[in-house]
Design a protein around this ligand. Structure first.
Ligand code: TXE
Length: 469
């Protein structure tokens, strides 16, 4: 375990020209990240290729034991990692934010280590005996975003390693320090070459998606990024898992209790200040309880402090970067000029330091308004009125993405019936965005393909092989 300053100094000392990373809450420098070139990428891939047979030969039990030790290492450095994450990403230490994310890294490593995966006997009828095994793929590229940089890296790394692959990680250029620090800590317990990071721009990173030595790309990011990776990986027929974000709908049925659901709806939408792939981004509320839901949600939202993440009082932070800040501000402006009613927030304060956009709730907004139809990925929630369930389901299904969704009701059986009609990879009932390392998670439509987590997620990091005879 190192002190925070020693951890940052060791990252700044890595080879490669330094690039200063700034805190999105203050504009102050956080540290220096290396800028890796293609040579470094080639060395990392070569190291991963060399280390892979030995890592695979260890077998599931030894690899799981290493993942458990890596989880211990994360816990030993938890406070230093959380502080760095808060300074670089902006999310507060407190609330379901930086400490929570570091805790999730340890939890996912442990859960992934303990998932059962035995060969399956598919046919055994006296004449044919066919068994299904899962072999390592080889070297996996893990390409991640800036919203949950550590947790999503672990979502990609842990199952890949457990299955006997080695991994080269390419973090987002917005949050390289968090991932470099995380990998440094994980490597306290992993053999050399098994896990490395290339801290580079997207042009250099793109090489991973066409590199002949990479067998699979795990990608979490934008739909445009996913499309580019499908194309660049085609020549080498790479396996892909694509988690491409979405624009999740929540449907509040007429029998829901507005007061009882308001807090959970708030966190479903505003987790990580709205910068969450499976956050609730469009809320459909039945006409009969529309005003009550708006009122309760406004009361909850008003009480949630936003500010510098190192201040323990805060549970909401800034947008991570200027581009995302502009997306949110422009979408809210467009909603306002269309005549939608702002219940809370809605006025960007460009004079304050940092990319803070106020918690914003917008009511009486049309379904085709850009704030509804486009993924805002920030702290602004449109609330749309509906009068029949058919109408709500049609609107929820009306986009070409479908990662998560939720149904809110006092009658779980009724909610399940509505859930079955929604086109998304997950539908939660009376909560939103609650991911779990035991439960498969993935997208429908252009939210991507393949699943992460659970035994299904492990299998996705292996090559199925049938032994027949
Ligand atoms: O994502 P990108 P960005 C959404 C969100 C946000 C938008 C853009 O709406 O506004 O995406 O964010 C790497 N080959 N999400 O620009 O561009 C890139 O360097 C290789 C949803 O950050 O997809 C970075 O490491 N790598 C999302 C990562 O992919 C490539 C989380 C994501 O970058 C690449 C974040 C290529 N061709 C943003 N193109 C979610 N699903 O949670 C991009 N990258």
């Amino acid at each position: 375990m190192e002190t925070y300053d020693a951890l940052l100094a060791s990252i700044s000392a890595l080879p490669g020209t330094g690039r200063t990373i700034f805190n999105p809450a203050t504009g102050e420098p956080v540290g220096e990240a290396p800028v890796h070139t293609l040579d470094v990428l080639e060395k990392s891939v070569a190291g991963a290729v060399a280390a892979q047979p030995g890592w695979a030969a260890l077998g599931h039990d030894a690899r799981s034991a290493a993942l458990l030790k890596a989880a211990d290492a994360v816990e030993r450095s938890a406070e230093e990692l959380a502080r760095l994450l808060s300074c670089e990403q902006g999310k507060p230490l407190n609330g379901p934010n930086a400490r929570f994310e570091v805790g999730a890294c340890a939890a996912w490593l442990r859960a992934t280590a303990s998932l059962p995966l035995e060969p399956e006997t598919i046919v055994d009828d006296g004449e044919t005996r066919a068994e299904l095994h899962y072999k390592p793929i080889g070297v996996v590229a893990a390409i991640g975003p800036w919203n949950w940089p550590m947790m999503i890296a672990v979502w990609q790394i842990a199952p890949a390693l457990r299955m006997g692959n080695t991994v080269v990680v390419k973090p987002s250029g917005n949050t390289p320090l968090s991932v470099l620090a995380l990998v440094k800590v994980l490597n306290e317990e992993l053999p050399e070459g098994v896990l490395s990071v290339v801290s580079c721009g997207r042009d250099v990173g793109a090489r991973l998606t066409e590199h002949p030595a990479i067998g699979k790309v795990m990608f979490t990011g934008s739909t445009a990024g996913g499309r580019a990776i499908i194309k660049s990986s085609a020549d080498t027929v790479k396996r892909l898992t694509l988690e491409l974000g979405g624009n999740d709908a929540g449907i509040v049925l007429p029998d829901a209790d507005p007061q009882a659901i308001a807090q959970d709806i708030f966190w479903g939408a505003f987790l990580n200040t709205g910068q969450t792939c499976a956050a609730l981004k469009r809320l459909y509320v039945h006409d009969s309880i529309y005003d009550a839901v708006c009122e309760e949600l406004t009361a909850v939202a008003k009480a949630m402090p936003m500010g510098n993440g190192l201040d323990e009082n805060n549970v909401l932070g800034p947008l991570q970067n200027k581009a995302q800040y502009d997306v949110v501000a422009n979408l809210v402006e467009a909603a306002k000029s269309s005549g939608a009613r702002v219940l809370l927030g809605g006025d960007a304060d460009a004079d304050q330091p940092g990319y803070f956009y106020p918690t914003t709730l917008v009511a009486d907004i049309d379904n085709d308004n850009p704030l509804v139809a486009e993924e805002q990925f920030g702290p602004a929630l449109p609330i749309i009125r509906y009068s029949t369930i058919d109408e709500a389901v049609e609107k929820a299904n009306g986009l070409d993405v479908g990662l998560g969704a939720s149904v809110w009701s006092s009658d779980v059986a009724e909610a399940r019936k509505v859930a079955a009609r929604i086109q998304s990879g997950t539908v939660w009932i009376n909560r939103h965005g609650a991911v779990d390392p035991r439960i498969p998670f993935g997208g429908a439509k252009q939210s991507g393909y393949g699943v992460e987590f659970g035994v299904e997620g492990l299998k996705a990091l292996g090559v199925p092989q049938v032994i027949n005879g």
